[in-house]
Design a protein around this ligand. Structure first.
Ligand code: SAH
Ligand code: SF4
Length: 352
């Protein structure tokens, strides 16, 4: 059975065979721009609603959610039709509402500090499974509007390029999210960055750098052995030149590993050269990686050092950090992995 959001517009026209074009437009925009379920499309004849709902159910079944930051952060654990599990996070800020989506169930990139990487790869998500995460979050966000989508959940978006790109186009064209509010985060898949640079729609690029020398980066981010820093930097430069979008570097500060002043100096040199913005985030502890995040005072020192070297750096608020909101950690917690003391799981079971 094809899930609801795995129908593209041409598929929908076939499903609504014999209906006038305005009807297809009405349903398409109801499902996307208005984030409605088929049964809620009250301007559409009941028989159409019923047959669409019966033949094309949603792909995501809610297995649990956690709400923190006084309701400003909502994190879901979903079950997919084949039983795989993925996560989505909705974050409200004063000026925007951002959804963080997964692009794969699991991840094959093997970054040791990442809960998703530790669990390995299950499968690619389909375009519909990616788009539906945004729709479900948009329903929750109402009456606030989802303004931004970041591809920073589980999985490596550029290792699932076709489905990810089709999802980006759908979010832009059908949901109405502007290209400058769409951000792809990558561990550094160079051919994928080059493809992204050639697309007609210019989206933002975030690169999970974590180290600015090959020796350390080979260790933290194994894919660096295939796409070393010089190649990565060249691809980033081309992306910026082709799209005019701001580049950002993600840097998870790991206590005693990549948070020394020398690390700041190396990072600053690269960030200045590429005019990249740096997002610092203290590492979230995970079951499979005993090293801790950098303590707050040293995070501030690191940020101050970057700024003194002429780099634009922000410390990312650790949204939902108290409830395992980091990449892959909700799924790991529900699978019964060992838990950090002081981080209670308050997962409300809403399986249907
Ligand atoms: N695969 C892509 C996108 C998903 S990971 C990528 O790596 O960019 C999203 C972000 O979470 C990345 O910047 C990743 O490095 C970071 N991350 C993963 N595990 C983390 C942890 N334990 N603490 C802090 N950040 C983490
Ligand atoms: Fe995959 Fe990103 Fe996690 Fe690395 S950090 S294992 S690329 S999800």
């Amino acid at each position: 059975m094809v899930s609801l959001y795995d129908l593209d517009r041409a598929d929908l026209a076939r499903v609504l065979d014999g209906e006038p074009r305005y009807r297809v437009d009405q349903v398409w925009s109801g499902l996307h721009r208005k984030a409605r379920l088929p049964e809620e499309l009250t301007d559409v004849p009941k028989a159409i609603r019923a047959s669409l709902a019966a033949a094309h159910p949603p792909a995501l079944v809610e297995m649990g959610r956690m709400v923190t930051d006084q309701g400003d952060t909502v994190k879901w654990l979903w079950r997919l039709p084949d039983g795989k599990r993925v996560e989505t996070v909705l974050m409200h800020y004063p000026d925007r509402s951002t959804v963080c989506v997964s692009t794969q169930a699991g991840c094959a990139m093997g970054c040791g500090f990442c809960a998703t990487g530790q669990a390995g790869f299950d499968r690619q998500l389909s375009t519909g499974e990616i788009v539906e995460q945004v729709i479900r979050a948009a329903r929750e966000a109402a009456p606030r509007r989802v303004s931004n989508v970041v591809f920073m959940g589980m999985g490596e978006p550029l290792a699932n390029y076709d489905a990810t790109w089709a999802a980006i186009e759908r979010l832009h064209d059908a949901v109405g999210i502007s290209a400058r509010h769409l951000t792809v985060s990558t561990v550094g898949i160079v051919p994928g960055i080059r493809r992204l640079a050639r697309e007609a729609l210019p989206v933002n690029l975030a690169v999970s750098l974590h180290a600015a020398n090959d020796r350390l980066r080979d260790e933290l981010v194994p894919i660096n052995r295939r796409y070393p820093l010089a190649d990565l930097a060249a691809a980033c430069r081309d992306h910026v030149a082709a799209t005019n979008r701001r580049l950002s570097f993600e840097w998870a500060l790991i206590d005693g590993v990549n948070d020394r002043l020398d690390d700041a100096r190396e990072l600053a040199a690269l960030a200045r050269e590429l005019r990249a913005h740096v997002n610092l985030i203290p590492l979230n502890p995970t079951p499979g990686y005993p090293t801790r995040g950098t303590p707050p005072a040293r995070v501030r020192d690191f940020a101050a050092r970057l700024r003194s070297l002429g780099v634009n750096a922000t410390v990312r608020a650790n949204r939902g950090g108290d409830i395992d909101a980091a990449c892959g950690q909700l799924r790991a917690a529900q699978a019964g992995s060992p838990r950090e003391p002081g981080q209670p799981v308050t997962l409300s079971e809403r399986a249907r």
